[in-house]
Write a protein that binds this ligand. Structure first.
Ligand SMILES: Nc1ncnc2c1ncn2[C@@H]1O[C@H](COP(=O)(O)OP(=O)(O)O)[C@@H](O)[C@H]1O
Ligand SMILES: CC(=O)N[C@@H](CCC(=O)OP(=O)(O)O)C(=O)O
Length: 297
C-alpha cells in the first residue's frame, strides 16, 4: 500500500508505522511553520475533525501550524437571518457597517469558536488550539482597501510575534481575519489575502489553501483538468486568460504573492477530502496544485 493510501485510511494503531515511512518528509519540516487556510466552503464536521487530527499530529512531530479560516457561506447565512442583502465586487464582499457587524459576529464569534472547540476535543488531555482574531494583540493592522468596498481592509502589517509566541509555547493559533486600524476601526479582510500576509511575515515553509475544488483547474467546468504544478508567472497568465473565476481569483493571487514574497511553496488542495493536509505534507507525490516561484523538477 502506498504512503498516500495509508494516510487516507489512517487508524490510530497505524499512525506510528505511517510516520516511520514518512520520516524523510517529517524531518524536512521539523521546526518549520506551515500556514493552513481553511475556506468557508470546505468547513464540514467530518473534514474539520480530520484536519484537527492532522494539525495535532504534525505538531507532535515538530511542525508549527497556524490555521487561518474563512467563512463566506457562514456570513451569508447570518446576513440572510438578519435580512441584510449581500453584494460582491471582484470576489470581495461590499461591507457596510451592518454587514461588518455580521462578519465580525460570524467569523470571530462563531466560526472561530466552533473550530477551536473541534480541535480541542481531539486532544482533551492537551487542548492546544487558541482562537485569535486579527484584532487580538494587534495581529492584523488593517487599512481600507477601496472606498467603494466600505469596511473591507487590506493588511498593512502583521504582528507576527502574536503568533510566534503562541507557537513557542506549543499552542496552535486559529486565526479569524477581522483586523483593525490604529484607531480601532475593524475591517473585513479576505481570508486568502490575510493567510498570505501571515505566511510571508512568519517566514512559513508552506501555505496550504484547503478549498472545495480538487485544486486549480485549467477549465473550471472540467473537474479532470487539474493543474498539478504551476509557476507564479504561469498562474498570472492563467488569471489574465479568464480561466480562473469566482473565489479562485483571490486564492490564486494570494498564492502568487506568497511565493513571490519568499514562501517556497503554496498549495491549493481539496479540503473536502479527509486528511488532505497530511497527504500533501507527508508524501512525495502530493495532491492538488503546487504553486512555486519558478520551475522546479
Ligand atoms: N480555475 C478554477 N479552478 C478551480 N476552481 C475554480 C476555478 N475557477 C473558479 N473556481 C471556483 O472557485 C471556488 C473556490 O472559491 P471559494 O469557494 O470562494 O473558496 P474558499 O471558500 O475556499 O475560500 C471553487 O470551488 C470553484 O467553484
Ligand atoms: C472582504 C471579504 O470578502 N471578506 C470575506 C471574509 C471571509 C472569507 O474570506 O471567507 P472564505 O475564505 O470562505 O471565502 C467575506 O466577507 O466573505
Amino acid at each position: 500500500m502506498t504512503a498516500q493510501n495509508r494516510i487516507r485510511g489512517l487508524a490510530a494503531d497505524e499512525t506510528a508505522r505511517v510516520l516511520v515511512e514518512a520520516l524523510p518528509y517529517v524531518k524536512r519540516f521539523d521546526g518549520k511553520t506551515i500556514v493552513v487556510k481553511l475556506g468557508g466552503n470546505a468547513i464540514d464536521a467530518e473534514v474539520d475533525k480530520a484536519l484537527a487530527q492532522d494539525v495535532l499530529l504534525l505538531r507532535q512531530v515538530g511542525v508549527r501550524c497556524i490555521v487561518v479560516h474563512g467563512g463566506g457561506p457562514q456570513i451569508d447565512e447570518t446576513l440572510t437571518a438578519f435580512g441584510i442583502e449581500r453584494q460582491f465586487k471582484d470576489g470581495l464582499r461590499v461591507t457596510d457597517a451592518a454587514t461588518l457587524e455580521a462578519v465580525r459576529m460570524t467569523l470571530v464569534g462563531k466560526v472561530n469558536r466552533d473550530l477551536v472547540a473541534k480541535f480541542n476535543v481531539e486532544a482533551p488531555e492537551d487542548p492546544v488550539a487558541v482562537g485569535v482574531s486579527g484584532e487580538d494583540g494587534g495581529l492584523l493592522l488593517a487599512r481600507q482597501l477601496k472606498p467603494e468596498l466600505g469596511f473591507v481592509g487590506e493588511v498593512e502589517k502583521v504582528r507576527a510575534s502574536v503568533l510566534t509566541r503562541l507557537l513557542d509555547e506549543g499552542l496552535v493559533p486559529i486565526v479569524s481575519t477581522v483586523g483593525a486600524d490604529a484607531k480601532g476601526q475593524p475591517y473585513n479582510i479576505n481570508a486568502d489575502a490575510a493567510a498570505c500576509a501571515i505566511a510571508s511575515e512568519v517566514g512559513a515553509e508552506k501555505i496550504v489553501y484547503l478549498t472545495a475544488a480538487p485544486g486549480l483547474l485549467a477549465d473550471p467546468g472540467d473537474q479532470g483538468s487539474l493543474i498539478s504544478r504551476i509557476t507564479a508567472a504561469e498562474a498570472e497568465a492563467l488569471i489574465a486568460s479568464g480561466a480562473v473565476g469566482d473565489g479562485m481569483i483571490p486564492k490564486l493571487t494570494a498564492c502568487i504573492r506568497a511565493v513571490i514574497e519568499g514562501v517556497p511553496r503554496a498549495h491549493i488542495l481539496d479540503g473536502r477530502i479527509a486528511h488532505s493536509l497530511l497527504i500533501e505534507v507527508l508524501t512525495e507525490s502530493g495532491i492538488g496544485t503546487m504553486i512555486t516561484p519558478r520551475k522546479v523538477k
